[in-house]
Design a protein around this ligand. Structure first.
Ligand SMILES: [Zn+2]
Length: 443
């Protein structure tokens, strides 16, 4: 990040430093794995000259891409004209001078002013990569009004892929020649991770990529007008909260023509405090019985680095199957994404892995355990969110063959879980994390 800085064109330099803490496993795939790995679904690794090892990392370019789409989405929720949007289909930036995303991240001709360094593992924790999980491929036949679900014979296999396990990574961003408002906007884009509305890497629909960003330092370096020399750089630490307020004020004073659709380029219903829109819930999973989901050949339950988890994909799989009895094909497709992923949009429901670091042993999660996780409802209607939460609030057997264990009264003694909303927040224009916990409990 240092190096060829031309101080005849640089007026100011901002540096943002901090830590990224992965809260769930990260999945950053590569098509060209390093020589040390043999798996097909390998993660991106880089050579660390200090340790002499290949280590997983978060590529700066990838993080920058997520930051750009965070900014696009936030800005467009205020006013469509404030930012263009890059999607898989439309990858061309607009390059308009008033476009916030193009201004910071680069447009047609202008180079971006944001440089994001690769994020490296911080600390001694080390890493382990292979994640093996049950992978249940039920077949959803959607030719009628309702789905008919047919288990595929032998369809209960294992998905083995490499993931980066939860730990800390460095965060280093440098931005040249921008205003305080623009740095504030970038910090707001970063804080989308903390609101759980943005994930790093792939597999978000399976619960991967939830992360927290802790900004420890924002420094503004300025070149003095009279002497553009390196040694005349003044360095001023700035308060991130104050800068974010300036970013917010900029958005609020420039809101005029908000795009109000339900697609993922905006936050839906961002001007009211209803329970429709983008709602994130922090949830407690209460195991009414022991929980066991065979995760490897040694009979351990699915675990992440020796910490047993209820996988997000298992919870989501249960939900879809349960709701498909009452919801017709188009409603299921709208909320969970279509069975044919080539048509339509991604799932509106994201479920993270559920953890409790205090649970000991990896054979099972004992009855009475309480685990924590998040569910994101992305641009959904109150009615749908309410019905999903109602199902989750009841005690359900969320996975497993009931033949695995039945008591005399035929009540399966395993994998019965109920979920309780601890906190819920919504994206609104005046408060990016408006507390809607109380209203949600009334739905
Ligand atoms: Zn643009």
């Amino acid at each position: 990040m240092t190096g060829e800085t031309d101080f005849s064109v640089v007026e100011n330099i901002w540096e943002i430093r901090g830590t990224i803490r992965a809260e769930t496993p990260l999945r950053i795939g590569t098509s060209s794995p390093p020589p040390t790995t043999g798996t097909r679904a390998a993660v991106l690794q880089g050579y660390n000259a200090e340790t002499g090892n290949y280590e997983p990392f978060i590529p700066g370019a990838g993080l920058k891409g997520v930051l750009r789409s965070n900014l696009e989405r936030v800005a467009r929720s205020f006013d469509e004209g404030l930012s263009c949007v890059l999607t898989n289909e439309q990858r061309q930036p607009c390059g308009r001078p008033e476009c916030l995303a193009c201004g910071l991240f680069g447009g047609m001709k202008a180079a971006g002013r944001v440089r994001v360094q690769d994020s490296r593992i911080v600390g001694e924790k080390g890493f382990e990569l292979t994640d093996e999980r049950p992978h249940n491929r039920d077949r959803y036949d959607g030719r009628g009004e309702y789905y008919r679900i047919k288990p595929i014979k032998g369809g209960r296999g294992f998905r083995t892929e490499e993931v980066i396990l939860p730990q800390n990574f460095s965060l280093n961003i440098r931005v040249d020649n921008v205003s305080e408002e623009e740095i504030g906007l970038l910090l707001l884009a970063l804080s989308e991770f903390n609101h759980r509305r943005a994930q790093i890497g792939g597999g978000a629909s399976r619960g991967h990529g939830f992360a927290s960003v802790d900004v420890s330092e924002v420094v503004r370096k300025e070149v003095k007008e009279d002497a553009k020399e390196f040694y005349n750089l003044t360095e001023t630490p700035r308060h991130p909260e104050e800068l974010m307020k300036k970013g917010m004020n900029f958005l609020l004073t420039n809101r005029d023509n908000a795009h109000t659709g339900k697609d993922f380029s905006v936050y839906y219903r961002a001007t009211d405090s209803s329970i429709s829109g983008n709602i994130v819930c922090e949830i407690e999973a209460i195991c009414e019985t022991e929980f066991l989901l065979k995760g490897d050949s040694e009979g351990n339950t699915v675990n992440v680095q020796g910490m047993p988890v209820i996988p997000g994909s298992t919870i989501k799989g249960f939900l879809k199957k349960h709701l498909a009895r009452d919801w017709n094909v188009s409603r299921i497709d709208d909320i969970f994404g279509p069975s044919n992923p080539k048509s339509g949009h991604r799932s509106r429901v994201l479920v993270s892995d559920f953890f409790n670091p205090e649970i000991e042993g990896t054979k099972r999660i004992p009855a009475g355990s309480r685990l924590k996780g998040w569910i994101v409802f992305d641009n959904m209607e109150e009615r749908d969110i309410g019905e999903v939460l109602q199902v989750l609030g009841e005690e359900n057997q969320i996975t497993g063959n009931t033949a695995a264990g039945k008591t005399r009264n035929t009540r399966p003694f395993r994998n019965r879980v109920r979920f309780k909303v601890e906190k819920a927040w919504k994206f609104t224009l005046t408060d990016f994390a408006r507390d809607v916990s109380t209203r949600l409990r009334e739905v």
